[in-house]
Design a protein around this ligand. Structure first.
Ligand SMILES: [Zn+2]
Length: 202
């Protein structure tokens, strides 16, 4: 931890801790710290309590990895969803983005990110064996690969598609209208809906 001269341990600890958030550097973390400790102490306590409560109650769905507060998530439990179609994404926020398009009624599988050998992230680290077990044990006939259109997302989709070929399962990849290098959860619903409907068979 970087102890700054003149600042208490508690303040330095909070500035450090806030920098785990995406897009938050040291300057932003300092601003947030003053805001929380000086002007919004009630909200700061609520924030701390909410984080602790979520950490105690939220866990990955044992079937699909979506975050939920039961053993299995509502997408896996919902009787109206098509159990034969599985959409593979990189993060829980992608599930919400796809749900907002209202164009998909199948099940999901949430990878723990994407393949990135340089960062030590191989198939095991992102839960691909769990995906293949799910595909083998359930009557799934189509897998839609909706990983992000980044180099790593494409490589992950390609790897999964190659492995599924031997299982005789149709795989498709969302493509149209999704810019290379983008992330699904930043796309507007219309673009994502179109990309989903126009998916290409692999
Ligand atoms: Zn689930």
């Amino acid at each position: 931890m970087n102890n700054k001269p003149g600042l208490s341990h508690g303040i330095c600890q909070l500035i450090d801790a806030l920098q785990c958030l995406p897009g938050v550097g040291s300057k932003s973390a300092e601003r947030m710290t003053w805001q929380l400790l000086q002007h919004q102490t009630a909200q700061a306590r609520h924030l701390a309590h909410s984080i602790e409560h979520a950490l105690d109650t939220v866990n990955p769905c044992q079937s699909c990895n979506m975050l939920c507060d039961e053993l299995t998530c509502e997408y896996c439990r919902h009787p109206g969803r098509d159990p034969q179609v599985l959409c593979v994404v990189e993060s829980p926020s992608d599930v919400l983005a796809l749900e907002q398009t209202a164009s998909y009624r199948g099940r999901y599988f949430v990878l723990k990110g994407h393949l990135s050998p340089i960062d030590g992230l191989g198939p095991n680290e992102i839960d691909i064996p769990k995906l293949f077990a799910l595909v083998t044990e359930h009557p799934i006939t189509e897998v839609i690969l909706a990983t992000n259109p980044t180099v790593e997302g494409e490589a992950t989709a390609h790897y999964i598609a190659e492995q599924l070929k031997s299982k005789h399962i149709t795989t498709s990849r969302i493509a149209h209208g999704v810019p290379m290098g983008g992330h699904l959860h930043y796309l507007d619903s219309h673009t994502l809906r179109h990309a989903f409907i126009e998916r290409k068979r692999l």
